[in-house]
Each structure stands twice: as structure tokens, then as C-alpha cells.
Design a protein around this ligand. Structure first.
Ligand code: ZN
Ligand code: ZN
Length: 351
């Protein structure tokens, strides 16, 4: 095992600061990756603060990793030294259940191994994320980053990107469909780009007029002020799909009403009980669907990256020195980032 430099948290109150963790010795199917960039996801902040009550300290966050291959095991066939690669939210799974067999490792029946705060199913060791110098990952969980993508701006594709791409693809968005996005953060801004690239007519629900120019810049066709009852009534029964990225409790009923008969609303951010209560009538009477979706499996994540290369899509980012990570968290809590922070990991190597 090799000690490496990292940034992590030791307790709920410690914030993120420099620490040393150990990476496993490479196995025959492992890829050794020098980390160049790491996106900052809201989950990172929640794990650092133990907001979900499941943090096993110390925790080294980071699951939007882009780096360069520095060594490969003897059994590795898809990667070579010098190649630009990515690692997302998953670093392992049982590899043996029906979900894994289908390449849906995120729905592994034994539970996937998270890139951080996870426990390796094969050796029981704790996993540490991308706020670090390097990472060792089994080939199956490593992605090729197409050369045409800016590597820093590609990092958020590995969580924010796949989280929005996967449901749009899975539920069948096609050219001409009317797709609405709820929430304009890291996820929502990617949802706009993907839905637009898939040929949909894209609408964004926003609580205020102030975001109109941003929403248009990102490629949406329309904006609806969700607090304006008249505007909401005007879009009743309008949308084939609504991608709801809002992570906090909010009233879903007005959005259900905005779906066409047979329309689908997909939740990708909300992990809490639905309140106020969901009215079943509007769902039953128009055969509408409420669905959920979690990140994506490895084959679909690669498909998403290739789609991004084809359509020239990356995340809008703000680069960050790792020393400023705690300030960045504060700004994220105030929704003061367009739309994802990405850590330049050279700033760690300079320590
Ligand atoms: Zn994430
Ligand atoms: Zn499995």
C-alpha cells in the first residue's frame, strides 16, 4: 500500500484539510491514475458534514475525476499509459448480479462501491475519492475521456452529466419532445444541454425572471416562472418529460399537472419523503408517471462521454485551488457557482 497526499475531513466539524491516505497495491486488472481535475459535487459537501448520517471518517470526497494513466496491470486491455481517463461515482460492484450483468452497476443488488466512503466488496478496504494525487481503479470502472473534450470541464460529466443524461435516454427523449427542467444547478444546466442536443424543445421552470438570459444562453427555448399561477396554468398538460433536479422537498403536484397524458417526471435529486403529499388523481386520470433515476452504469457513462464529444458538450465550470475548497462549499450552499467547481489537482501537488 502506498501513502498519498489528499484533502479530506476527519469529523463533522473539521472542514476539509490536508491528510494522508493509502491506496491499494495495483491488481492485474487495475489502472493507476494520476488525478488532474476533480469536480466538486453537492454530495461531497453532504458527506463532509455528515448530513446523511452515513459518513465514515476520515472521508476524502471527489467522484468527478479526470486524470492520466500512469501504469496498468497485466490484464488491462482497454487502457494504456498516457491515456486521459475518468472515474465517476462507482469504483466497484459485485459484477455478478442481474443488474451488473446488464451494465447497470449503479443498481447492483449487493450495493455498488462508492468512489469514496465505500467499502470494497473484494478486499473490505475503505475507498477514498478524487481530492487526492492518484487513484487505483479496476479497468471495468474506468472511462475513456475523448480527446476533444476539455479535461477540466469534462470532470463534472462523470456525476452531474450522467445523472441527467441517463434518465433522458432511458425514458426515451427524442427529437420534437417537449422536455422541462426543474432546478438550475450543476444537474439542471447539464439537463438543458443534453435535452437540447437530443432535439427536444426545452423549457426551464424557474422561480424568478432573473435567470432568463442564463437559461437562454444554455440553450433552452422557453422559461416558465413556477411561482406565477397564470404561467403554470398555461403549461398544464404540455410536457412529455420533466427532469426534476431539485434536491429539497417541494410541491410536485404543479409539475405533475404540467405533464401530458402519458408524460413522465423523473426525480434525480430528491432523496427525502415527498411533501406536500402527491395527489394520485392527476396521475391516474392521465396515465402519468413519476420515476426516479440514479447516475448511470459504466457502458452508459461511456456512451454519454462519446455523445458529449459528438455534440461538443461539457459542463460550465469555475476552477478552484484545493486550498479554497471550504470557501467553495460555502458558495455552493448559497447556489453561488456557475455551475460546477472543478479542482485543479496540480494545486495539491504544489503543497
Ligand atoms: Zn456527485
Ligand atoms: Zn451486482
Amino acid at each position: 500500500m502506498k501513502p498519498i497526499h489528499a484533502y479530506g475531513a476527519e469529523s463533522e466539524t473539521s472542514g476539509v484539510h490536508p491528510m494522508t491516505v493509502e491506496r491499494r497495491d495495483p491488481r492485474p486488472d487495475d489502472v493507476l491514475i494520476e488525478i488532474d481535475y476533480c469536480g466538486v459535487c453537492h454530495s461531497d459537501l453532504h458527506f463532509v458534514n455528515n448530513d446523511w448520517g452515513m459518513t465514515d471518517y476520515p472521508v476524502v470526497p471527489g467522484h468527478e475525476i479526470v486524470g492520466t494513466v500512469t501504469a496498468v496491470g497485466d490484464d488491462v486491455t482497454r487502457f494504456e499509459v498516457g491515456q486521459r481517463v475518468g472515474v465517476g461515482c462507482l469504483v466497484d460492484s459485485c459484477r455478478d448480479c442481474p443488474s451488473c450483468d446488464e451494465g447497470l452497476e449503479q443498481y447492483c443488488l449487493k450495493g455498488f462501491v462508492g468512489t469514496y466512503n465505500g467499502e470494497d466488496l473484494h478486499d473490505g478496504r475503505k475507498t477514498y475519492g478524487g481530492y487526492s494525487e492518484r487513484i487505483v481503479v479496476s479497468e471495468r470502472f474506468v472511462l475513456d475521456i475523448p480527446d476533444s473534450l476539455d479535461p477540466a470541464a469534462a470532470a463534472p460529466l462523470l456525476c452531474a452529466g450522467i445523472t441527467t443524461y441517463s434518465p433522458l435516454r432511458h425514458f426515451g427523449v427524442k427529437a420534437g419532445d417537449r422536455v422541462a427542467i426543474v432546478g438550475m444547478g450543476g444537474l439542471g444546466h447539464m439537463g438543458i444541454k443534453f435535452a437540447r442536443a437530443m432535439g427536444a424543445e426545452v423549457t426551464v421552470f424557474s422561480r424568478s425572471e432573473g435567470k432568463r438570459s442564463e437559461i437562454e444562453r444554455l440553450g433552452a427555448h422557453h422559461m416558465v416562472i413556477s411561482t406565477d399561477e397564470e404561467q403554470m396554468e398555461a403549461v398544464a398538460g404540455r410536457f412529455d418529460y420533466i427532469l426534476n433536479t431539485v434536491p429539497v422537498q417541494h410541491d410536485l403536484n404543479p409539475y405533475v399537472a404540467a405533464l401530458k397524458p402519458d408524460g413522465t417526471m423523473i426525480l434525480v435529486g430528491l432523496l427525502e419523503p415527498i411533501e406536500p403529499a402527491l395527489e394520485a388523481g392527476p396521475i391516474v386520470f392521465a396515465r402519468r408517471r413519476l420515476a426516479g433515476s440514479l447516475i448511470g452504469g459504466l457502458p452508459e457513462t461511456q456512451e454519454m462521454l462519446d455523445f458529449c464529444a459528438e455534440h461538443d458538450i461539457v459542463s460550465d465550470i469555475e476552477m478552484l485551488d484545493i486550498k479554497n475548497i471550504n470557501e467553495a462549499y460555502k458558495r455552493m450552499q448559497d447556489s453561488d457557482v456557475r455551475y460546477r467547481f472543478v479542482i485543479d489537482m496540480n494545486s495539491l501537488k504544489g503543497d
